[in-house]
Design a protein around this ligand. Structure first.
Ligand code: PMP
Ligand code: GLN
Length: 386
């Protein structure tokens, strides 16, 4: 064991400890609890996809990929984006592959935000946004969606916009609430930012996990808005490969150039054989086109299985998260409740207060249903007994 350094250290994120995802996954593991906390599938990805990675390795694709990503993969992403959203992004200048959406978000924020720039964060929000903004020297301006509908009142949000507002971060389908933005939402956003210098970072990692006949409203569908948008997506969500950490960024050429400038010093390039595999699997669009119905069946299975429980079920139209309110069950705050359920009852979830800067607690927990029916039914059995 090395003795701690005794000099002074710059603590750049003094308020921040380990992420709630690490904390709850470790707790689930330590207590042998069913882990519906951190968002990842408990089933395997496609055997064909794994074979494609092995084949790429066997074929000697084991050295650096080009900095913005393999051209073959960027071309396939361009095709998928055009087919999905009727939007044309040029592989050479407008598409960049990176090691995961978290890093892509960090690269974009680092590239575009500087001292005292304001960034509007819509809460509850994925936990990486605010630290990324603050590390870049920016200021996070928080807008809390009204509980219990988790909808954005754009007239309220408008009041937060001023000449310092450099970026607004949106996320649909939404983690943790499972809500989605409608075309009306996007139109309102478009209106809000016209004639401003405000950019939009649109986190669309769950773009293909959308239910009940809704179509994902990618900002790419809205040409007037898209010229100020940075869209981030993740192959990890789409192909059940969260551990492979691969995502991409779509943005107009001038914004992409700024992001790439920073990104080349963060990772330089993403994993080569895995890029080959995704380039190959993108020839099978049914894999992402069927994802919505695949996860909708899991959502429905889980919701049905916990129907007799005392939990309040919130609406979920996308993502693989179901919010459950436990007001009828306990007076504990949500962090204590999540701990209690993990340690005493054997089921782990994420307290939704973790997605708020102010740690707003509505007595709601997030459960990930990207799990096998067996796992979901065991989880439901526990939840129904409470
Ligand atoms: N954004 C949101 C909303 C997420 O839920 C996740 C999943 N962790 C990410 C970004 C990051 O994705 P990745 O695993 O590709 O970094
Ligand atoms: N996106 C996943 C979640 O929300 C995992 C995030 C993470 O582990 N950083 O649970």
């Amino acid at each position: 064991m090395i003795v701690n350094f005794e000099g002074s250290l710059n603590n750049k994120l003094p308020q921040i400890g380990p992420s709630i995802f690490s904390v709850m996954s470790a707790m689930a593991y330590a207590h042998g609890a069913i882990n519906l906390a951190q968002g990842f599938p408990d089933f395997d990805c496609s055997a064909d996809l794994k074979n494609m990675v092995s084949k790429a390795m066997e074929n000697g694709y084991n050295q650096y990929a080009p900095m913005p990503g393999l051209m073959s993969l960027r071309e396939k992403i361009a095709v998928k984006t055009e087919q999905s959203y009727s939007a044309i992004y040029h592989p050479e200048t407008e598409i960049t592959v990176m090691p995961g959406a978290t890093l892509a978000i960090y690269a974009a924020i680092t590239a575009l935000i500087k001292d005292n720039d304001e960034v509007i964060i819509i809460e509850p929000a994925y936990d990486s946004y605010i630290p990324a903004v603050e590390l870049a020297g920016g200021k996070a301006i928080v807008y809390e969606m009204a509980f219990p509908d988790y909808k954005i009142d754009w007239n309220q949000l408008k009041k937060l916009i001023n000449f310092k507002t450099r970026l607004i971060i949106i996320n649909s389908p939404h983690n943790p609430t499972g809500t989605i933005l409608s075309s009306e939402d996007i139109r309102k956003l478009e209106k809000l930012v016209e004639n401003t210098d405000t950019l939009i970072l649109s986190d669309e990692v769950y773009e293909h996990i959308i239910f009940d006949g809704y179509e994902h409203q990618s900002v790419a569908r809205y040409p007037k808005l898209a010229n100020r948008c940075i869209i981030v997506s993740s192959f990890g969500k789409t192909y059940h490969t969260t551990g492979w950490k691969m995502g991409y960024v779509l943005a107009p050429a001038n914004i992409t150039a700024m992001i790439r400038k920073v990104y080349q010093f963060m990772a330089f390039a993403a994993n080569t054989p895995i890029q080959h595999a995704y380039a190959e699997i993108l020839d099978r669009p049914e894999m992402f086109l069927e994802l919505g119905s695949f996860y909708q069946a899991k959502r429905d299975y889980f919701k049905q299985a916990i129907k007799t429980s005392k939990f309040k079920q919130y609406a979920c139209n996308g993502s693989y998260f179901q919010l459950l309110g436990y007001e009828k069950l306990s007076e504990l705050n949500d962090i204590e409740m999540a701990k209690y359920l993990t340690i005493e009852k054997g089921i782990a979830s994420i307290p939704v207060s973790a997605f708020y800067k102010r740690k707003t607690d509505h007595k709601v927990l997030r459960f990930c249903f990207a799990k096998s029916e067996d796992t979901l039914s065991k989880a439901a059995e526990i939840l129904c007994k409470l």
